[in-house]
Design a protein around this ligand. Sequence first.
Ligand code: P6P
Length: 350
Amino acid sequence: MTEHIQLNAAQETALSRDFTTLSRHVLSHLGSYSPDAYDLSALMGRIGLAGKMISRHLSRAGLVEDALGVTGEVNVQGEAVKKMDQYANRVFIRAFEQSGLVCRLASEEMEKPYYIPENCPIGRYTLLFDPIDGSSNIDSNLAVGSIFSVRQQEGFDEGDAKDLLQNGHKQIAAGYILYGSSTMLAYSVGKGVHAFTLDPSLGEFILSQENLRIPAHGSTYSINEGNFCQWEESMRDYIRYIHRQPGYSGRYSGALVADIHRILFQGGVFLYPGTIDRPDGKLRLLYESAPLAYLVTQAGGRAITGKEDILDVVPQKLHARTPLIIGSPDDVTLVESFLTGQKDAIAAVG
Ligand code: P6P
């Protein structure tokens, strides 16, 4: 009779980890094998598939004909559309056309939601996403990301997707994919934050960090100081205060996902406040700030506009923008004390 072959502890751990794929992890973390849980697990699997395809295209962009540069078009945001934006947007659409799960996709790159009619009577999910966040980094081979948010469709949609104009608490899943030195996916379905690393040799996202918790404080502040003269005085006072404190480091990559990923793991605060040109800020609510707020909040962090929690904001339109201050709870609270003029709090920090 063959003995039950035992690997050593480290080998058994590695083997178990390698079989903890994204879809399986979602099911185990939902702690349910209901049809909804299977749907969400399958949906996350399709997001992972889209991420793998985008990662592959990015890694060869310099070699593949016609992958870099702009398309010559301008998107609904008034920004030049990069060829990679268009490719990534198409990848997400194709990933969900064959899923049966998702009826609508709303993207930074599309003025109106994209409907998948054959899915709509059954598929009750909507995917909101920024296919490539930070695409201005692509041609310089710097980190970029995808951001995603999943909501359940409510009621009958007459073609205007009005039910999407609700606060961020309505999200049932959210996360991002970071195309950096490795490709990582961080997600939450409301039961903590978990990170996966793409193993190209397996073609699978493998669990690398479970139940991530953001540090209460970090030394990083991430803001585009080129806008200094456009901020409100209270924001300028905060930056002046930080400049006077020892130990802080400014880190700003131009890609929201990369900056948030650093802060999620090392602590600190990311800020994109309103400016004179853009009083509502630059970042979009439904498919950038709200999903990242959901994720960071799940990890024990905070995300505010300066006046209220990001997750409480109700957008008036699909591509609404918002100021964003997000990260470690102590650091966000310090920024908030400057913006709300809580002089005693400022005095306390010296
Ligand atoms: P700025 C990229 O265009 C983006 O939407 C985010 O990824 C990034 O954090 C921000 O805009 C950068 O904007 O005005 O500092 O170049």
